[in-house]
Design a binder for this molecule. Structure first.
Ligand SMILES: NC(=O)C1=CN([C@@H]2O[C@H](COP(=O)(O)OP(=O)(O)OC[C@H]3O[C@@H](n4cnc5c(N)ncnc54)[C@H](OP(=O)(O)O)[C@@H]3O)[C@@H](O)[C@H]2O)C=CC1
Ligand SMILES: O=C1OC[C@@H](O)[C@H](O)[C@H]1O
Length: 411
């Protein structure tokens, strides 16, 4: 059963458009952090356990769950007791496991149905395999692992155990992303010639001690933000790249294996998508988590966009966590006059990308057809191309896990 869709655009024609969008933004922001309780909660909701008191866990899982009628967060596990207890108390989570065996204790808990794995990338494989071995479904943070081989093994094991494993590419589940794809696939902008995707934030956010700066933990910006730009490019083209044309990493002397910035250009085949791809379609990825300040002191504005150019126009997408805009410029014929419009597709009131992702996951777990889903091969291909990009930069793949873990038979 689908819950009713309430459009987010406020019915307030008396407001100025700028006030309307500001009002809408503030409202969505408020609701993202203070979601209303569901109207009709189920009696036996799916019970989530969180591995690690991770920074992303509240936004990605805890707040969305508060608004879902068929999900609860039952436990968190953290290495440090104070941290586990404080996190559980803050978020109203009934159980907190702590100490060296905390993660395994959570996995052994029969009251947990689904494990959320927001551990550092280099620990994704180990703890996903252990969670699957314990019979739990897994919502796994992006990027899925340090290597494609690990991703392959995780999905093979999930399949063997008949468990659901989903890489948390939350942006894919939002109606705005799918609207963008619909525009591209409709042929409105013609045959695709170029995709540009960028995610970059100014310096100051990713500190030296961050997990993103540790090679063994799967650090590096192509892993962290690059995985989105690559995933988006593959999604929009409807095809897999054929080769990495070029890739260049920006490093620091004290972190020689960590790309704080990375640019890459990939080639795509001449066929793909529903409109066909132009010979020579390329995707350019541009990611950075320490954009240097302009003139040495002016922080650079974050870059969060994907732009698709075709033979009859372009579509530019900004967002979509709680804000997005799709700007389309297209003409009736090649070289004709361009008409411009913007679109916004917020969908259900206050639903973030993470809330849409949760909806799809619960639908899948309950045997319903989610509005959107993506399969194992999608996650595997994304890791393959991340590794290919790292190879081209000269930095190489992030190291595979050395943990002894249960495996699917025959792998
Ligand atoms: N979907 C999204 O929008 C986002 C996804 N992410 C992804 O989520 C994951 C976590 O990111 P984020 O929440 O920012 O990271 P944090 O550093 O905030 O959390 C990582 C957690 O990993 C645990 N951990 C276990 N071993 C280690 C170790 N050796 N070193 C450091 N931490 C360890 C810690 O748990 P403990 O509490 O037990 O100490 C910590 O809580 C990454 O895979 C990242 O790519 C991140 C941000 C946004
Ligand atoms: O969504 C995101 O934005 C910031 C990143 O550092 C993070 O890991 C990523 O998932």
């Amino acid at each position: 059963m689908k819950r009713p869709t309430r459009e987010c655009a406020p019915p307030n024609s008396h407001r100025h458009p700028i006030m309307t969008s500001l009002y809408g933004f503030v409202k969505r922001l408020y609701l993202a952090f203070n979601p209303p309780a569901p109207e009709a909660p189920t009696e036996s909701p799916l019970r989530f356990g969180i591995l690690g008191a991770a920074g992303i866990a509240p936004a990605a899982l805890i707040y969305p769950v508060k608004n879902h009628p068929d999900a609860v967060v039952k436990a968190v596990a953290a290495r440090d007791q104070g941290r586990a207890d404080a996190f559980a108390k803050k978020h109203g989570i009934p159980k907190a496991y702590s100490g060296p065996g905390a993660y395994q204790k959570l996995l052994n808990d029969p009251e947990i149905d689904v494990v959320y794995n927001p551990l550092p990338n280099g620990l994704h494989y180990e703890w996903t395999m252990k969670a699957l071995a314990a019979g739990k479904h897994v919502l796994l943070e992006k990027p899925s692992a340090n290597t494609a081989e690990e991703t392959r093994k995780m999905f093979a094991f999930a399949q063997e155990k008949r468990l659901v494993l989903l890489e948390a590419f939350h942006y894919r589940f939002h109606p705005a992303t799918r609207r963008l794809k619909e525009i591209v696939d409709s042929g409105e902008i013609g045959t695709l010639t170029k995709i540009e995707a960028s995610l970059a934030i100014p310096s100051g956010f990713v500190k030296d001690g961050d997990i993103r700066m540790v090679y063994d933990l799967g650090g590096g910006v192509m892993m962290d933000m690059g995985c989105y730009t690559l995933s988006m490019s593959r999604y929009l083209s409807g095809a897999e790249p054929t080769k990495v044309i070029s890739a260049k990493a920006d490093t620091l002397p004290k972190f020689p294996q960590i790309d704080i910035g990375c640019t890459a250009t990939l080639a795509f085949p001449a066929v793909g998508g529903s409109t066909g791809l132009a010979e020579g379609l390329t995707a350019s990825l541009d990611v950075h988590f320490r954009l240097p300040p302009g003139f040495g002191f002016v922080p650079q504005w974050p870059k969060v966009y994907a732009r698709v150019t075709g033979t009859r126009g372009s579509a530019e997408f900004v967002g979509p966590w709680i804000y997005h805009q799709i700007t389309v410029e297209s003409s009736e014929e090649e070289g004709g006059p361009l008409r411009k419009r913007t679109e916004q597709r917020y969908g259900n009131l206050g639903w973030t990308t993470y809330r849409y992702q949760l909806e799809a996951l619960i639908d899948k777990l309950r045997g319903r057809d989610p509005e959107h889903w993506f399969d194992a091969q999608d996650s595997i291909a994304n890791m393959e191309w991340i590794e290919a990009i790292y190879k081209e930069t000269g930095l190489g793949s992030r190291p595979p896990s050395t943990a002894e873990v249960p495996q699917a038979t025959g792998t």
